[in-house]
Design a protein around this ligand. Structure first.
Ligand code: C2E
Ligand code: CA
Ligand code: CA
Ligand code: CA
Length: 281
């Protein structure tokens, strides 16, 4: 039996053994995949809900596993974090996203107001090298800092409040934009928003998808929008799937959003086409 602390024991059953084995296998494969660059970035358009323009894209990582096919980031990012592999992977992701943005800029697919959003994990965020790495990437890809948005969760901030405050201050100095991801799902209190001035709040899709339910999410989203307004932050709603949700969000004065209603995450070719057709429309 494995001890879980005072008076708590857990029996090690075959099912758990299998899970532990699978996890170890993924870790081994992940190391190899990083060397072999078996990852690809997909991009989901972010829309100005008022004008209908594409104002940016969120980069979302995908892993093509040699035998298991596509593996979701929800399954391998946690393991990459636990093993520290996220530093290499995260650095690749920022570089790749900035490189792609540079290509889109060069080909006049996007203008200078278009921004690329990259997810950062808690581990990456706490790592002191992050800023130097970002500086190097921006210089190499010739991307101006205002065009890069970094997404971090409340949980990542709360895990290490002091480190977070420092990193956020340094990012602001550089004019790199910051978004709080999955806003509303963390256990944190709202008071921390004063200590962590960020540019955007992303409303978690679990609220967006229940926004029609007047008694529940509508009020909550309304409160989040009001807070964001008084603090000068922009709101991005994620996971918009229906016209009805879009209408409710507009009523609530939420200006930006993304979701399957507009587009699922796309590969580079599809994303390029999507933006081209949007400009003509
Ligand atoms: P997230 O940052 O909250 O990303 C939004 C997720 O919602 C994405 O899942 C996206 O494909 C999905 N989504 C978008 N629109 C809709 C919609 O209308 N309905 C529904 N039901 N889902 C929608 P994905 O791509 O599987 O990513 C899952 C999570 O993995 C992300 O959640 C993020 O936390 C993490 N992740 C993805 N890429 C990276 C990365 O490069 N680095 C790090 N650290 N984490 C990443
Ligand atoms: Ca995100
Ligand atoms: Ca999110
Ligand atoms: Ca999430």
């Amino acid at each position: 039996a494995k001890s879980l602390g005072k008076d708590q024991y857990q029996i090690f059953v075959p099912h758990m053994y299998q899970k532990a084995y699978q996890r170890l296998q993924i870790e081994t494969d992940l190391r190899q995949a990083i060397q072999q660059r078996a990852f690809i970035l997909y991009y989901q358009p972010i829309i100005d809900l008022i004008t209908g323009n594409v104002i940016g894209a969120e980069a979302l990582i995908r892993w093509q596993h040699p035998t298991q096919g596509w593996i979701s980031p929800a399954d391998f990012i946690p393991i990459a974090e636990e093993t520290g592999l996220i530093l290499k992977l995260g650095n690749w992701t920022i570089k790749q996203a900035c490189h792609q943005l540079h290509l889109w800029q060069q080909n006049n697919i996007v203008d200078s107001s278009f921004s690329i959003s990259v997810n950062l994990s808690a581990y990456q965020f706490a790592h002191s090298n992050l800023l130097e790495q970002i500086d190097a990437i921006l210089a190499e890809t010739q991307i101006s800092p205002q065009c890069l948005k970094l997404e971090i969760t409340e949980t990542a901030i709360m895990e290490n409040v002091d480190a977070a405050a420092q990193v956020i201050a340094s990012l602001r100095q550089r004019n790199i934009q910051l978004s709080i991801d999955d806003f509303g799902t963390g256990y944190s209190s709202l008071s921390y928003l004063h200590s962590f001035p960020v540019d955007n709040l992303k409303i978690d899709k679990s609220f967006v998808q229940r926004v029609n339910d007047k008694s529940d999410s509508f009020g909550l989203v309304n409160a989040i929008v009001q807070i964001a307004k008084t603090m000068g932050m922009k709101i991005i709603a994620e996971g918009i799937e229906t016209d009805n949700q879009l209408e409710q969000l507009k009523l609530l004065d939420c200006q930006f959003g993304q979701g399957y209603l507009f587009s699922k995450p796309l590969d580079v070719e599809e994303m390029t086409k999507f933006m081209a057709s949007f400009r003509k429309a």
